[in-house]
Design a protein around this ligand. Sequence first.
Ligand SMILES: Cc1cc2nc3c(=O)[nH]c(=O)nc-3n(C[C@H](O)[C@H](O)[C@H](O)COP(=O)(O)OP(=O)(O)OC[C@H]3O[C@@H](n4cnc5c(N)ncnc54)[C@H](O)[C@@H]3O)c2cc1C
Length: 435
Amino acid sequence: MNNFKNNTIDHTPYWHADTGFQEHSIDTELSSLPDALEIIIVGSGFTGLSAALTLARAGKKVAVLDSGKIGSGASSRNGGLLGPSFHKLGMQGLTKKYGQDTANAVLKESLAGFDWLVDFIGRENIGCDLQHCGRFRGALTPEHYTNMAKQAESLAKVLDYPVTLISKSEQHLEVGTDKYCGGVVYNKDASLHPAKLVQGLIEKLMAEGVSLIANAKVGNISADGQGFKVKVGDREIATDEVLIATNGYTGNVTPNLKKRIIPIRSSMIATQSISQELMHSVSPKLHTHGGTDRLVLYYRPSPDGTRLLFGGRALSYADKPNEYIKFLHDSMLDIFPQLQDSKIDYAWSGLVAYSFDHVPHLGKMDGMYYAMGYCGSGVARANYLGHKIAMKMLGNAGETIFEQFEFSGKPFYNGNPWFMPAVIRWHSVADKFGW
Ligand SMILES: Cc1cc2nc3c(=O)[nH]c(=O)nc-3n(C[C@H](O)[C@H](O)[C@H](O)COP(=O)(O)OP(=O)(O)OC[C@H]3O[C@@H](n4cnc5c(N)ncnc54)[C@H](O)[C@@H]3O)c2cc1C
């Protein structure tokens, strides 16, 4: 039985409530900006903030504009699961599609991006509850388990990325459910507090004197021969370069990027504080978790180990809390019936961006730089590729395998993901029957 009471749920991301994120006033007034700048970054998530830091430290005059609060897009509302985010096709699929060398390069750079972020957090001394907790991925069917074993074997040939295969009889040591037919532990995977990472980046940027302008929705960008004119409300600001860092929120200001991105809503719930014993019965080693389901369910303990944070794709593109809270709560109880009496304290959602080839993309379009399309796994990718695109803007190499893939759309697709609700409902049925 589903016993949550929606009217007692706080619709603030747990991460925001935990840090007082909404009350922080770190942004500068739009009126304080000069009429001309060297670089304007549109979007203040990990991509924009990471790029801004690299650019500012190279001596560039940078402003970051966001239509909402600084960092309030997906970057401060995600699950905080941190891993290399290997390509959806896996080793075999990548090799078949792109050849062995490209497949190896994608996997190696995915791991390099993860290592880069872990190193960056340590070097910059950003307190964001980084925990090297490992991730358990459960197989929904015996076939999925066999495939996982093959993937683990081929990964080990290319990467120094320790993976432990866990049989069904041993899985209770990793996760407190019989739902899976075994799985793997990615030992190197980690978790962090995303809003604390955003705040850490903001502090670094403020120390560099970067202007962070909230509630500044960019309405138009036009090329003027020498650079660009960026329109925000009544202001028009001239800039030499523009970086578009809008990912799942990419809109009509950049129609050519919008039609290459499929925005998908991802949603999360957080339980009330639960006892250590109950948490242990769910996640004995406090791993992060996911499964082979198509709806991409993921979950983890909060950094203090007191709440379970549980997420997955929302069924609709529009923000419909009643719909996704019920779906997530039902899914959570299906895996962990022992949480039956645990109330839901928080529920929230945000937008992620898929590309048609499931590869993140960065480069230059219509004269403007961009980095986006992290396919729902952007904590490491957005920070790393934000840094990489900034290196490109500085004229340094910033080479990456991800710039070699063509950023394509589809005929007749203009950025309106009208087909996604049907696809997601199909995924939900397929998961139910283990297809
Ligand atoms: C619920 C949820 C859970 C997730 N869980 C994980 C996870 O556990 N692990 C993981 O790796 N990834 C996860 N992700 C994905 C990850 O959060 C994103 O891929 C990443 O944060 C993208 O960063 P970004 O900076 O590119 O975009 P965002 O952080 O989304 O920032 C884009 C910004 O652009 C702004 N913007 C858009 N248009 C304009 C405009 N015209 N003018 C001004 N500003 C504009 C928006 O307001 C927004 O703030 C999750 C995402 C969500 C939503």
